[in-house]
Every structure is written in C-alpha cells, then in structure tokens.
Design a protein around this ligand. Structure first.
Ligand code: AMP
Ligand code: ZN
Length: 493
C-alpha cells in the first residue's frame, strides 16, 4: 500500500513518492533555543518523529535535517538580559532540547545545523536575490524581499497580495497574513543588537529568521527535497517566505510535500510562551508523569486535528500506556503449548489494519483503536489460557515492530523511572539489612546486591524476609523470578 500525506501546498491527500528511489529527504523546523521547549513544541517534534519512523517502517531510508534557530530576536534578547555571549546563552537550551528528545524517545535527526554556522550561505542567497532584483536595501540599511517580484507568493498559505500596499515593509520575524509585506532578509545592526552582529558584504547586521531555513535546508538537502514539516503556525509567514527565498533564487520547486501538524491547545488557545499557558516536559515529569504517558498523549490524536491538553487526557494516556505494558508482560509469561490459529489470524489482521490506517495520512486514532481492539481480543484468549508460547512470541515480535514507529514500548525502562527506582531499591536493601554495604551504582548493580541479599536470607532459611524483600521490590515495579540460571528481575511498570 502507498502512504498518502496531506500536502498543504496542494490542499490534498497525495500518494507519497520520493524524488529518488527509496530515499526521503526531509527538513523539519526545529526549536528556537531561547528557553525550554513546551509540550506544544513537542507535539510537532513527536509528529515528525512518527512520520520519519513510519517512512522507515515502509522501507525508506530517511535523511532528516532539523535546524536549531540560535540567532533571532528572542535569543538576542535572552543573551542580553543575562549579559552572556549568545552561544553561551543558547547552549543551555540546545542541551536541554537534546535531553528532552531523548526522554521522549524521539530519534535524533541526521543533522542539526545551527543558524549561526550558516551565515555565509545566507549571505550567498541574499546576494543572488539582489542580483535578480528581488531583494533590495531599505533606507535603514536592512535588506528586504520584494514579494511582488515572486509571482507565486502566497501559494502555500493562500494569501492574495493584490490588495497590499506596495513597498510596505516588516522587519520583525513574526507577523500575520493581514500584515503581509516585504520582509527582512538581513537586518541592519541597531543598538538593541549590542555586540551580536556579523560584518558582511551586505552590511553589518544579522539574518532574518526566514532566510535561515532556506539556507540550511538547501545546504544539507539540495535545491529540491521531499518533505518539509513544522507546526501550522509556520505556514505563514515562515514557510511562505522560505519558498519565496529559495525558489526565487533557484527557479526550482523547493519541496514536494509540505506537511504541517496542528496545534496543541489549552482551553482552546494555542499553547505558547507568549500566552503563558504552557507546560514544559520538565514541568510534567516533575508532577510525576512518565514520559511515555506524555508522549502517548501527544501522538494519539490525528496530526491534522487540534488537540486540547488536559490532565484528564494525560491520565487516560497513562492508562493506555499501562494497558500496553501489561499486555506485553502477560505475553512474556504465556506458557501454553497448543497453538491457537485464531490468535494468528487476529495478529495478521492487526498488522494489516494498522498499516492501512497509517497509510491513510497517518491516521493514528484509527491505528491505535485497532491495536487496543487486538489487545482486548488477545487478553480474552490469555484469560482462557488459549495462547501458546509460540503465539505469544509471534505477537510480541509484531508488536515490538509496530512500536518502532510509536516508540512507546521502548520506553518501558525510562531513565527517570529508573532513577527513582535506584533510590527506592537502596532504601529497601537498607530496610532489610541496615549494615549491608551498598556501593553507589546503577539499577543493575543495586539489583544484583538486592538479589545477593535475598539469596543470603534463603541460605539462612529466613524465607519470611526473602519473600518480603521480593514483595517490596514488586511493589515498586520490579519483578523477581527464580529461573534455572538463578534469580532474574525485570521492570513491570
Ligand atoms: P519555535 O521554537 O517557536 O520556532 O517552534 C518550534 C516548533 O513547534 C514549530 O514547528 C512550531 O510550529 C511548533 N509549535 C509551536 N507551538 C505549538 C503548539 N501549541 N502545538 C503544536 N506545535 C507547536
Ligand atoms: Zn524553519
């Protein structure tokens, strides 16, 4: 089956066919690193991750580039407020961003270009636009893009420029369709920029936000590439301007499929820094929510549908994730020997329907409904002891394969969960044996110590403590099982 994606450019769902064989070139607008990203931003990044992983699931090799906006109005303001160099200011948020995507089990892009490292590319593009008389210098020394010179201006966002006042200009990066005007490619230095500027052939100053993505996308993916993603707020002006700049320079179509993810809302308003109605990932982790539940809440809605963030939704997501984890635990424990063809049939149906739903413009609600119907049906068979070990193994294999797209099961042993566990295992060991010498260590080594302690209890025929220790570990989500090769443990929560 062919994947269909909604293309903002054509306003249609279209069959996806890359420019070249099985290779997909994909550019995703990344974070402006002036603060911690909020979970609205992460909705966009989770969506991009799912799209990428689904393409990989379908056998494509994806080259994904995600930029880091480390120079713009906001980063300059932040660096000045703290009186630190720009790169020192942004480093903190770049590091935080990478930590957060790791926490959410988002696959790293192949390249993370930084705007500050592509100034020469930007200057090159602006000079070409000047040569073509598409760019001009304003009286303030800044260089602007003349939107009337690009016939297709508005083709992405549906903007009509006929009614606009000629020559009107906008210098700031963010504005609405109603305010559409010639926009700044290069902003001449002013006192607010302080010591943040570049001396260049087109003057002393700094780039506008939009030219950054034209330069970085074409530098790393070429003049034309397959997919460009971002949240819907980027359609205008950011992506409209990116098209104007790139296509104005090259005369070639920049992107085949423009794919935009809808917003995460709070009380029906876009979650954003400016409205102050946001949660960062860290806020929610600190409230005790597991990253897997947060990720599930963000991915479970259709990407073309607005999603209202509520704590009830997050609780529901937590339960859904719990159901998946428990299901896997139960399958791992299945011991039956008689193979059940019904389970095989259900599994085949699951794989086909999951793929069908995802092929239809990544219809995640439908794909997940299929998964939960399957879980319900197989749980019934497990209850009735009508699942063989072989059935279970086949199901596990398929579910882990589907999870390569969702990336939820892979989060069963989440780092922050494990961190909490290390402390709790230490406490349990201390409780049973205050003098027991515990060296600081990771969960592996602590659990080794806990199992040695339990073995000592058993050797001393102190089965009461041996069993109590095991029960306490189970209470915090660590299951100890005795096997022929000795005691083994695994996480069950
Ligand atoms: P920014 O750091 O503001 O440039 O945004 C980074 C990414 O997050 C962009 O793709 C935005 O479109 C996206 N984004 C921002 N706010 C939201 C939101 N409330 N819901 C979904 N995506 C968002
Ligand atoms: Zn961008």
């Amino acid at each position: 089956m062919t994947l269909k994606l909604y293309n903002t450019l054509t306003k249609k769902k279209e069959p996806f066919k890359p420019l070249k064989d099985k290779i997909v070139l994909m550019y995703s607008c990344g974070p402006t690193v002036y603060d911690y990203a909020h979970i609205g931003n992460f909705r966009a990044y989770v969506f991009q991750d799912i799209l990428r992983k689904y393409l990989e699931h379908k056998g494509y090799k994806v080259k994904q580039v995600m930029n880091l906006t480390d120079i713009d109005d906001k980063t300059i303001r932040g660096a000045h407020a703290l009186k630190v160099p720009l790169n020192e200011f942004t480093k903190k948020y770049v590091d935080a961003f990478f930590e957060d995507i790791r926490t959410l089990n988002i696959k790293r892009a192949d390249i993370y270009p930084r705007a500050t490292e592509h100034i020469n590319d930007m200057i090159g593009l602006i000079k070409q636009l000047q040569k073509k008389k598409i760019a001009y210098q304003g009286e303030d020394g800044s260089t602007y893009y003349n939107i009337r010179k690009f016939k297709k201006y508005g083709k992405l966002s549906g903007l009509q420029i006929k009614k606009l006042k000629a020559g009107a200009r906008v210098k700031q990066d963010q504005y609405t369709k109603e305010e559409a005007q010639d926009f700044a490619l290069w902003k001449a230095w002013d006192f607010q920029d302080g010591n943040i500027f570049w001396e260049t052939d087109i003057g002393k100053g700094r780039p506008g936000w939009h030219i950054e993505c034209s330069a970085m996308s074409m530098r790393h993916l070429g003049k034309t590439f397959d997919i460009h993603t971002g949240g819907v707020d980027l359609i205008f002006p950011h992506h409209e301007n990116e098209i104007a700049q790139s296509e104005g320079t090259t005369g070639k179509k920049l992107v085949k499929y423009w794919v935009h993810c809808e917003h995460l809302l709070v009380n029906n308003k876009k979650m954003s820094k400016s409205l102050g109605n946001f949660y960062t990932l860290r806020d929610l982790l600190n409230k005790g929510y597991a990253a897997s539940a947060i990720k599930y809440a963000l991915l479970s809605a259709h990407y073309k549908q607005k999603l209202n963030f509520t704590f009830e939704e997050l609780e529901a997501a937590k339960n859904a994730v719990g159901r998946i984890f428990t299901f896997v635990d139960r399958l791992e424990e299945a011991k039956g020997t008689k193979n059940n063809p019904k389970a095989d049939r259900l599994l085949k149906k699951l794989c086909a329907e999951f793929e069908k739903a995802m092929d239809d413009n990544l219809d995640m609600p439908r794909a997940l409904a299929t998964l939960f119907n399957f879980i319900r049906d197989i749980n019934k068979l497990i209850d009735a002891k009508k699942i063989s070990q072989r059935n279970a193994a086949a199901i596990l294999k398929a579910i882990f394969e589907l999870d390569k797209v969702l990336g939820i099961l892979e989060m069963r042993a989440e780092p922050q969960l494990v961190k909490g566990l290390e402390e709790r295992v230490t406490q349990i060991i201390k409780k049973f044996s205050p003098d027991y010498e515990i060296k600081e260590g990771d969960l592996e080594s602590l659990m080794r110590a806990a199992l040695v302690l339990r073995e000592q209890f058993r050797q001393n025929k102190n089965f009461v403590d041996a069993d109590a220790l095991r029960k306490e570990l189970l209470n915090i989500g660590i299951k100890v099982e005795d096997t022929e090769e000795g005691a083994k443990w695994k996480l069950v929560k």
